[in-house]
Design a protein around this ligand. Structure first.
Ligand SMILES: Nc1ncnc2c1ncn2[C@@H]1O[C@H](COP(=O)(O)OP(=O)(O)OP(=O)(O)O)[C@@H](O)[C@H]1O
Ligand SMILES: [Mg+2]
Length: 373
């Protein structure tokens, strides 16, 4: 019975052989067939989305939609219209009527990622839909009803958020009745070799690489490493080791060199202060970008002055090349800073946002705005 149930979990694409993972698979098998709300918690990259998908995939709703919504990525002003839909003309720019994610997920499951980012005023409405499936579209007074299973996830400590007045206590208590907490990878090291094997096989096949294997010492290094980016980081590391090493046998030095080159150690040792106010943080980001381009501008001015010396006086007004360069450079600099931070932190948006001293929401918005991967 238990073995059969475990098999179900692994059928849903969950890899893991640690006691912690087996326990989680067990819980998934128990809760999946019910309609109960589940809160999935754990650090960034531990596999919260994988678990949410597994719950939906093992549920009676599996043939209905699974709608994933990242609460941290939607601008605050439109979050309610995104979740609950809106009527024509309910706010500036709301032309036609629009179904929200809850309506789109009707009969299926909604996965609300980064639930800790949901603004306080939207939390009340979310609680209502959780309790009785009822909601109002923005601009409408007609109560609508849906049958949606909710899975929420966060890497925040919601209890602390409640204490700080950023998260409603009633919603927290409602959500935490079934809480699947995924421990960080460093606390379930038995999973590391299994992940390695699975990822290596998949990546080798996809890239047409013949993988020669890994030494015991290299695997020991991988197992003892602290993996701040968890499974996502491990997956990226395996991908790079295989592709850059063209499938060659991996020795301890290769593993060590690769992991160390990914981390110059900053996020391990230096806590980055996070400003409280995201707008202030955004201003700071722009300010720092401006300071960075100040040097470029001085160089640019030098060039223009030198050209002017060579070609006679430079034209006045907005056609001056300086004016165009300034605007362009600021945007470009910001894009570059964000791309660099994402690369440095292995696409871990939480760490990148912290390093850039902006909120994750701002980072998500900018990634979208700049079309970054
Ligand atoms: N148990 C698992 N089995 C298979 N793959 C996994 C597992 N856990 C994590 N992964 C892989 O690790 C990566 C990160 O997983 P996922 O996106 O679910 O993490 P997350 O906790 O949602 O991260 P974040 O908080 O940053 O959103 C994905 O590539 C996913 O496929
Ligand atoms: Mg996620």
């Amino acid at each position: 019975m238990t073995v059969e149930r475990r098999k179900q979990g692994s059928d849903q694409g969950i890899i893991g052989s640690s006691l912690e993972m087996l326990e989680i698979i067990n819980v998934i098998d128990q809760v999946a067939p019910t309609g109960i709300t589940v809160l999935v918690t754990g650090e960034s990259g531990v596999g919260k989305e994988v678990i949410a998908k597994a719950i939906h995939g093992a549920s009676l709703r599996k043939s209905k939609p699974l709608v994933t919504v990242n609460s941290g990525a939607i601008p605050e002003g439109i979050i309610e219209s995104e979740l609950f839909g809106h009527e024509p003309g309910s706010f500036t720019g709301a032309s036609g009527e629009r179904k929200g994610y809850f309506e789109l997920a009707n009969g299926g499951t909604i996965f609300l990622d980064e639930i800790g980012e949901l603004p306080l005023q939207s939390q009340v409405k979310f609680l209502r839909v959780l309790e009785n499936g009822e909601f109002l579209r923005v601009g409408s007074s007609v109560t609508r009803k849906v049958d949606v299973r909710v899975i929420a996830a966060t890497n925040k400590n919601l209890e602390a958020e409640v204490r700080h007045g950023r998260f409603r206590a009633d919603l927290y208590f409602r959500l935490r009745s079934v809480n699947i907490h995924i421990p960080p990878l460093r606390q379930r090291t038995a999973d590391i070799p299994v992940f390695f094997k699975n990822f290596a096989a998949e990546i080798a096949e996809r890239n047409n690489i013949r993988f020669e294997g890994i030494s015991g010492e290299a695997m020991d290094f991988l197992t003892s490493y602290h993996w701040p980016g968890n499974v996502r980081e491990l997956r990226n590391a395996v991908e790079s080791m295989l592709i850059l090493g063209r499938g060659r046998y991996i020795e301890a030095d290769d593993a060590r060199r690769y992991i160390n080159s990914q981390h110059s150690g900053e996020e391990r040792n230096l806590p980055v202060p996070v400003p409280r106010n995201p707008e202030q943080a955004e201003r700071e980001l722009i300010l720092r970008a401006l300071l960075d381009i100040k040097g470029n501008l001085i160089d640019l001015k030098d060039i223009v002055t030198r050209q002017a010396g060579a070609n006679g006086p430079v034209g006045q007004g907005s056609s001056h090349p300086d004016a165009v360069e300034q605007v362009y450079s600021l945007v470009e600099m910001e894009r570059k800073m964000i791309a660099d931070a994402l690369q440095r932190f292995n696409n871990n948006r939480r760490l990148a946002a912290r390093a850039l001293r902006i909120s994750e929401r701002t980072l998500y918005r900018k990634i979208k705005e700049y079309g970054l991967p």
